[in-house]
Write a protein that binds this ligand. Structure first.
Ligand SMILES: Cc1cc2nc3c(=O)[nH]c(=O)nc-3n(C[C@H](O)[C@H](O)[C@H](O)COP(=O)(O)O)c2cc1C
Length: 359
């Protein structure tokens, strides 16, 4: 059999990720967002049609505190998925990130699968690279500031997200598991470009948030536990490749990480927070804002509709925004500022986490 080139392996992996995320249940058996309770206001004294969801984050005005999180780019179907997502982001005036752009830096023919989002007026566009790629891994040279700049130019980005995904790297067969020097490299990037640090499903604790703040990042996407688990994704990939050892590791670390609502609270070190990880509805978006996030992020929940059609993703986001407005009305918050100041209770396992983390 002909051996696959590294480019082909990356391309196949990207396709696998989308297919698995769209078709398998990768979530946990516990819904951490249900631990966050907003307090009902029986006399809101506002009208539903007065409720406005607009907000400003990273100096960009969004019509709702919502970002479509980084998902794809760099393989066949990705262009259509990103086109559908970007059209919806334009329609609702919300932010959007693209998936890791490493593939297009190595093979410029793939740039189109990301740059398609420039065809739309997306008010906040976020480029994406991974912290493991900022470090030399085996024979692969690290990427530099010029690559970061090129990734941003590819989609005319306002920000560059540098993702931290060591949970995924440790479980996938071709994983980049060198991490020494990552923080220093990230700091070099953040001193030259508008960088946010982004976890991808395992959360950010306070200590790391403080170190990232010192490294001069502009914001944190806490990407916590509770939604898409990349350990679960790699479990399915390993299983279909007949790799029992990897499949077992994937299963063992399926629930690894800091639940997103906990991460939103503990990583709040004075930088804007994007709350991604397991958000299912506009009510979860409202909960995230009420516990301190500047904006919510969603990936897995949006993927099936984005794969389906522009109409499907438009309908999906419309529902989320309607639910957000309903939650705001029911707590008596007429704008995002009032929602951020509304009372929220932390219960259940998330409260246990918080109690012990603050001891
Ligand atoms: C198919 C898919 C591909 C993803 N690829 C990337 C990526 O390339 N870069 C990145 O930073 N995050 C990536 N993510 C992670 C998401 O941005 C997000 O942090 C994570 O899925 C948690 O959010 P969720 O629970 O709403 O899915 C991907 C997620 C999905 C579902």
């Amino acid at each position: 059999m002909e051996e696959e080139t590294p480019e082909k392996i990356i391309e196949r992996r990207k396709g696998d990720h989308v297919e698995i995320c769209a078709n398998e249940d990768l979530t946990q058996d516990y819904f951490y967002w249900d631990d966050v309770k907003l307090v009902h206001n029986p006399m809101p004294e506002i009208d539903l049609d007065e409720v406005t969801t607009s907000t400003t984050i990273f100096g960009r005005k969004l019509e709702a505190p919502l970002i479509i999180s980084a998902m794809t780019g760099g393989y066949g179907k990705a262009e259509e998925i990103n086109r559908n997502l970007a059209a919806a982001a334009e329609e609702f005036g919300i932010g959007m990130g693209v998936g890791s752009q490493r593939a297009a830096l190595e093979n410029p023919e793939l740039a189109r699968t990301y740059s398609v989002i420039k065809e739309f007026e997306v008010p906040l566009r976020i480029a994406n690279l991974g912290v493991p790629q900022l470090i030399k891994q085996g024979l692969t040279a690290p990427i530099g500031i010029d690559d970061g700049r090129a990734a941003m130019e590819m989609i005319d980005a306002h920000l560059l997200a540098i993702h931290m995904n060591y949970l995924q790297e440790i479980v996938q067969p071709e994983g980049d598991t060198k991490s020494r020097g990552g923080l220093k490299a990230l700091e070099t990037f953040a001193s030259a470009l508008p960088v946010i640090a982004k976890e991808t499903g395992a959360g950010i604790p306070k200590e790391t948030a403080l170190r990232l703040k010192k490294a001069k990042v502009k914001g944190l996407d806490v990407g916590g536990l509770g939604g898409t688990s990349f350990s679960a994704v790699e479990y399915y990939r390993a299983k279909s490749a007949g790799d029992t050892k990897r499949a077992n590791i994937g299963k063992t670390f399926w629930d690894w990480g800091i639940p997103t609502p906990v991460a939103v609270v503990v990583a709040n070190v004075g930088l804007p927070i994007i709350s991604t990880g397991g958000l299912r509805s506009g009510l979860d978006v409202a909960r995230a804002i009420a516990i301190g996030a500047g904006c919510a992020g969603m990936a897995g929940r949006l993927l099936p509709a984005a794969l389906d059609s522009r109409e499907a993703i438009t309908q999906e986001i419309q529902t989320i925004i309607d639910e957000l407005k309903a939650a705001m009305f029911l707590v008596g918050a007429k704008d995002v500022k009032e929602l951020a100041a509304t009372r929220a209770l932390m219960t259940g396992r998330s409260k246990d986490w918080l109690d012990q983390l603050s001891e």
